[in-house]
Design a protein around this ligand. Structure first.
Ligand SMILES: [Zn+2]
Ligand SMILES: [Zn+2]
Length: 257
Protein backbone atom coordinates (compact mmCIF):
# COMPACT_ATOMS: atom_id res chain seq x y z
CA UNK A 1 0.00 0.00 0.00
CA UNK A 2 1.03 3.60 -0.69
CA UNK A 3 0.19 6.89 1.00
CA UNK A 4 0.15 10.27 -0.70
CA UNK A 5 1.59 12.46 2.05
CA UNK A 6 0.76 15.76 0.31
CA UNK A 7 -2.05 16.70 -2.07
CA UNK A 8 -4.63 19.43 -2.61
CA UNK A 9 -7.86 17.55 -3.24
CA UNK A 10 -9.92 20.63 -2.35
CA UNK A 11 -8.61 22.53 -5.40
CA UNK A 12 -11.47 22.87 -7.95
CA UNK A 13 -9.94 20.68 -10.70
CA UNK A 14 -9.64 17.77 -8.30
CA UNK A 15 -12.67 18.39 -6.08
CA UNK A 16 -14.92 18.22 -9.16
CA UNK A 17 -13.86 14.58 -9.72
CA UNK A 18 -13.39 13.41 -6.17
CA UNK A 19 -15.29 10.12 -6.50
CA UNK A 20 -13.23 9.11 -9.50
CA UNK A 21 -9.96 10.09 -7.80
CA UNK A 22 -10.83 8.01 -4.73
CA UNK A 23 -11.58 5.06 -6.99
CA UNK A 24 -8.24 5.45 -8.83
CA UNK A 25 -6.50 5.51 -5.45
CA UNK A 26 -8.17 2.24 -4.50
CA UNK A 27 -7.21 0.60 -7.80
CA UNK A 28 -3.58 1.59 -7.26
CA UNK A 29 -3.36 0.56 -3.58
CA UNK A 30 -3.02 4.19 -2.51
CA UNK A 31 -4.81 3.75 0.78
CA UNK A 32 -4.59 7.23 2.34
CA UNK A 33 -3.89 10.84 1.40
CA UNK A 34 -3.12 13.97 3.39
CA UNK A 35 -5.02 17.03 2.10
CA UNK A 36 -2.88 20.06 2.76
CA UNK A 37 -4.29 23.49 3.59
CA UNK A 38 -2.92 26.60 1.84
CA UNK A 39 -5.05 29.34 3.42
CA UNK A 40 -7.58 29.73 6.20
CA UNK A 41 -10.65 30.75 4.14
CA UNK A 42 -10.47 27.36 2.37
CA UNK A 43 -9.44 25.32 5.40
CA UNK A 44 -13.07 24.30 6.18
CA UNK A 45 -13.32 22.47 2.86
CA UNK A 46 -10.00 20.67 3.48
CA UNK A 47 -11.24 19.61 6.91
CA UNK A 48 -14.59 18.57 5.40
CA UNK A 49 -12.78 16.15 3.07
CA UNK A 50 -11.07 14.52 6.03
CA UNK A 51 -14.33 14.35 7.98
CA UNK A 52 -16.23 12.79 5.07
CA UNK A 53 -13.62 10.17 4.13
CA UNK A 54 -11.99 7.79 6.55
CA UNK A 55 -8.79 7.55 4.48
CA UNK A 56 -8.24 11.29 4.03
CA UNK A 57 -6.49 13.53 6.54
CA UNK A 58 -6.11 17.32 6.74
CA UNK A 59 -3.56 19.91 7.78
CA UNK A 60 -4.04 23.58 8.67
CA UNK A 61 -1.81 26.44 7.55
CA UNK A 62 -1.18 29.37 5.24
CA UNK A 63 1.21 28.77 2.32
CA UNK A 64 4.16 31.19 1.90
CA UNK A 65 3.08 32.01 -1.69
CA UNK A 66 -0.32 33.30 -0.53
CA UNK A 67 0.64 36.89 0.07
CA UNK A 68 -2.70 38.66 0.57
CA UNK A 69 -3.92 36.79 3.62
CA UNK A 70 -4.79 37.87 7.12
CA UNK A 71 -1.70 36.76 9.05
CA UNK A 72 -2.54 33.72 11.18
CA UNK A 73 -1.62 33.74 14.86
CA UNK A 74 -0.09 30.68 16.48
CA UNK A 75 -3.02 30.32 18.89
CA UNK A 76 -5.56 30.39 16.09
CA UNK A 77 -3.68 27.74 14.10
CA UNK A 78 -3.26 25.55 17.16
CA UNK A 79 -7.00 25.80 17.91
CA UNK A 80 -7.90 24.79 14.35
CA UNK A 81 -5.50 21.85 14.62
CA UNK A 82 -7.33 20.57 17.66
CA UNK A 83 -9.32 18.03 15.65
CA UNK A 84 -8.71 14.27 15.31
CA UNK A 85 -8.36 14.37 11.51
CA UNK A 86 -6.16 17.49 11.41
CA UNK A 87 -2.78 15.84 11.77
CA UNK A 88 -0.27 18.57 10.85
CA UNK A 89 0.46 22.29 10.67
CA UNK A 90 1.18 23.64 7.18
CA UNK A 91 1.99 23.98 4.57
CA UNK A 92 4.29 26.68 5.76
CA UNK A 93 7.86 27.73 5.06
CA UNK A 94 9.70 30.12 2.76
CA UNK A 95 9.59 30.65 -0.98
CA UNK A 96 12.11 33.13 -2.40
CA UNK A 97 11.56 31.82 -5.92
CA UNK A 98 7.93 32.67 -6.55
CA UNK A 99 7.97 35.91 -4.56
CA UNK A 100 10.69 38.53 -4.24
CA UNK A 101 11.22 41.81 -2.41
CA UNK A 102 11.02 42.20 1.34
CA UNK A 103 9.78 38.82 2.52
CA UNK A 104 10.06 39.42 6.24
CA UNK A 105 6.30 38.69 6.43
CA UNK A 106 7.01 35.15 5.16
CA UNK A 107 9.55 34.56 7.89
CA UNK A 108 7.17 35.91 10.55
CA UNK A 109 4.37 33.72 9.23
CA UNK A 110 6.67 30.69 9.28
CA UNK A 111 7.59 31.38 12.93
CA UNK A 112 3.88 31.55 13.87
CA UNK A 113 3.35 28.13 12.29
CA UNK A 114 6.24 26.56 14.19
CA UNK A 115 4.92 28.02 17.45
CA UNK A 116 1.45 26.67 16.60
CA UNK A 117 2.89 23.21 15.91
CA UNK A 118 4.60 23.21 19.31
CA UNK A 119 1.40 24.36 21.03
CA UNK A 120 -0.72 21.75 19.25
CA UNK A 121 2.01 19.11 19.44
CA UNK A 122 1.58 18.27 15.77
CA UNK A 123 4.28 17.99 13.08
CA UNK A 124 5.03 20.62 10.44
CA UNK A 125 4.69 20.45 6.66
CA UNK A 126 7.49 22.67 5.36
CA UNK A 127 7.68 24.13 1.85
CA UNK A 128 11.08 25.60 0.96
CA UNK A 129 12.19 27.00 -2.37
CA UNK A 130 15.40 28.98 -2.99
CA UNK A 131 15.44 29.64 0.75
CA UNK A 132 17.05 26.59 2.37
CA UNK A 133 19.47 28.45 4.69
CA UNK A 134 16.80 30.73 6.16
CA UNK A 135 14.33 27.85 6.42
CA UNK A 136 16.76 25.72 8.44
CA UNK A 137 17.82 28.68 10.57
CA UNK A 138 14.25 29.58 11.54
CA UNK A 139 13.43 25.92 12.22
CA UNK A 140 16.42 25.86 14.56
CA UNK A 141 15.63 29.17 16.26
CA UNK A 142 11.98 28.25 16.88
CA UNK A 143 12.64 24.72 18.13
CA UNK A 144 10.92 22.90 15.27
CA UNK A 145 12.82 19.73 16.23
CA UNK A 146 10.47 19.40 19.21
CA UNK A 147 7.59 18.43 16.90
CA UNK A 148 9.41 17.40 13.73
CA UNK A 149 7.70 17.24 10.40
CA UNK A 150 8.35 16.86 6.70
CA UNK A 151 10.32 18.82 4.10
CA UNK A 152 7.70 18.41 1.39
CA UNK A 153 8.35 18.23 -2.37
CA UNK A 154 12.05 18.11 -1.60
CA UNK A 155 14.36 19.58 -4.26
CA UNK A 156 17.33 20.66 -2.13
CA UNK A 157 20.79 19.17 -1.65
CA UNK A 158 21.98 16.14 0.32
CA UNK A 159 23.39 18.51 2.98
CA UNK A 160 20.05 20.27 3.45
CA UNK A 161 18.31 16.90 3.73
CA UNK A 162 20.73 15.75 6.41
CA UNK A 163 20.36 18.97 8.40
CA UNK A 164 16.58 18.62 8.31
CA UNK A 165 16.80 14.97 9.37
CA UNK A 166 19.04 16.00 12.27
CA UNK A 167 16.15 18.27 13.35
CA UNK A 168 13.73 15.34 13.47
CA UNK A 169 12.30 15.90 9.97
CA UNK A 170 11.40 13.53 7.14
CA UNK A 171 12.13 14.13 3.45
CA UNK A 172 9.25 13.79 0.98
CA UNK A 173 9.80 13.12 -2.72
CA UNK A 174 7.30 14.19 -5.38
CA UNK A 175 6.98 13.48 -9.11
CA UNK A 176 10.00 15.73 -9.67
CA UNK A 177 12.21 12.74 -8.81
CA UNK A 178 10.92 11.03 -11.98
CA UNK A 179 12.00 13.91 -14.24
CA UNK A 180 15.02 13.14 -16.42
CA UNK A 181 16.85 16.37 -15.54
CA UNK A 182 16.51 15.89 -11.75
CA UNK A 183 19.94 14.29 -11.55
CA UNK A 184 21.03 15.60 -8.15
CA UNK A 185 17.65 14.88 -6.58
CA UNK A 186 17.76 11.28 -7.83
CA UNK A 187 21.08 10.90 -5.98
CA UNK A 188 19.46 12.16 -2.76
CA UNK A 189 16.54 9.73 -3.18
CA UNK A 190 18.94 6.88 -3.92
CA UNK A 191 21.04 7.34 -0.78
CA UNK A 192 18.83 8.85 1.90
CA UNK A 193 17.88 6.93 5.06
CA UNK A 194 14.85 4.76 4.25
CA UNK A 195 13.34 5.42 7.68
CA UNK A 196 13.18 9.16 6.88
CA UNK A 197 11.54 9.02 3.47
CA UNK A 198 7.99 9.94 2.45
CA UNK A 199 6.32 10.10 -0.97
CA UNK A 200 3.75 12.57 -2.27
CA UNK A 201 2.12 13.92 -5.41
CA UNK A 202 1.50 17.59 -4.51
CA UNK A 203 -1.42 17.13 -6.91
CA UNK A 204 -2.83 18.85 -8.90
CA UNK A 205 0.75 19.95 -9.69
CA UNK A 206 3.89 18.07 -10.77
CA UNK A 207 2.50 14.91 -12.32
CA UNK A 208 5.23 12.24 -12.50
CA UNK A 209 6.50 10.60 -15.66
CA UNK A 210 4.63 9.15 -17.64
CA UNK A 211 1.90 11.72 -16.92
CA UNK A 212 4.13 14.78 -16.93
CA UNK A 213 2.22 17.95 -17.88
CA UNK A 214 -1.16 16.36 -17.08
CA UNK A 215 -3.35 16.98 -14.04
CA UNK A 216 -1.79 15.09 -11.14
CA UNK A 217 -3.76 12.93 -8.68
CA UNK A 218 -2.99 10.87 -5.54
CA UNK A 219 -3.07 7.54 -7.43
CA UNK A 220 0.06 8.63 -9.30
CA UNK A 221 2.15 8.50 -6.11
CA UNK A 222 2.83 4.90 -7.08
CA UNK A 223 5.07 6.17 -9.90
CA UNK A 224 7.14 8.16 -7.41
CA UNK A 225 7.66 4.99 -5.38
CA UNK A 226 8.50 3.04 -8.52
CA UNK A 227 11.21 5.52 -9.52
CA UNK A 228 12.77 5.49 -6.03
CA UNK A 229 12.71 1.67 -5.98
CA UNK A 230 14.56 1.61 -9.31
CA UNK A 231 17.13 4.15 -8.13
CA UNK A 232 17.83 2.11 -5.00
CA UNK A 233 17.63 -1.26 -6.76
CA UNK A 234 15.01 -2.56 -4.31
CA UNK A 235 11.43 -3.74 -4.80
CA UNK A 236 8.56 -1.28 -4.91
CA UNK A 237 7.08 -3.18 -1.94
CA UNK A 238 10.05 -2.22 0.17
CA UNK A 239 9.51 1.47 -0.62
CA UNK A 240 5.76 1.09 -0.04
CA UNK A 241 6.19 -0.51 3.39
CA UNK A 242 8.84 1.97 4.56
CA UNK A 243 7.07 5.13 3.41
CA UNK A 244 3.75 3.93 4.83
CA UNK A 245 5.32 3.12 8.22
CA UNK A 246 7.07 6.48 8.19
CA UNK A 247 3.81 8.30 7.49
CA UNK A 248 2.04 6.67 10.45
CA UNK A 249 5.00 7.25 12.73
CA UNK A 250 5.41 10.91 11.85
CA UNK A 251 1.74 11.88 11.95
CA UNK A 252 0.91 9.62 14.92
CA UNK A 253 -2.25 8.30 13.35
CA UNK A 254 -3.81 4.92 13.75
CA UNK A 255 -3.45 2.87 10.57
CA UNK A 256 -6.97 1.56 10.92
CA UNK A 257 -8.48 5.03 10.63
ZN1 LIG B 1 4.49 23.31 -1.34
ZN1 LIG C 1 1.36 21.75 -1.65
Amino acid sequence: MFIDSHCHLDFPDLAANLDELLLRMQENQVTHALCVSVNLPHFPRVRALAEAHENLFASVGVHPDYEDQIEPEADELADLANHPKVIAIGETGLDYFRLTGDLEWQRKRFRQHIRAARKANKPLIVHTRSAAADTLRIMQEEGADEVGGVMHCFTESWEVAQQAIAMNFYISFSGIVTFKNAVALKEVAKNIQLNRMLIETDSPYLAPVPFRGKLNQPAFVRHVAEEIAQLRAVTIEEIAVATTDNFFNLFKVNRNG
